[in-house]
Write a protein that binds this ligand. Structure first.
Ligand SMILES: [Zn+2]
Ligand SMILES: [Zn+2]
Length: 101
């Protein structure tokens, strides 16, 4: 989930970041996308876009507290298992690249 020491993803075109599988870019391809706005529960940055592995709904998860927003710690479908959302999924929700990083 976390990618400590990741390359600065802002320097890499988003369309490339998810289609390159070179080892040097591992941190980028596996990186999480986080909303730039502070988290409403703890005031920290780090709201991470995650996708429910069961129903593929995109949810925001607080990196500090683990809170899943809009649905009390789990997906409305009942699943508690998530994977990193892709930038395509995020923009499909109406977010622009200026909203997340
Ligand atoms: Zn929080
Ligand atoms: Zn779900």
């Amino acid at each position: 989930m976390q990618s400590p020491g990741a390359l600065c993803s802002e320097d890499i075109p988003r369309s490339l970041a998810h289609h390159h599988a070179e080892p040097a870019l591992m941190n980028v391809t596996s990186s999480t996308w986080q909303l730039r706005s502070p988290c409403p529960c703890c005031g920290q940055g780090g709201l991470t876009f995650s996708t429910c592995i069961r129903c593929h709904r995109v949810l925001l998860v607080c990196a500090e507290v683990g809170t899943v927003f809009d649905s009390r710690d789990r997906c409305p479908c009942g699943s508690e298992h998530f994977e990193n959302a892709t930038s395509d999924q995020i923009t499909a929700l109406g977010f622009t690249p200026d909203d997340y990083a």
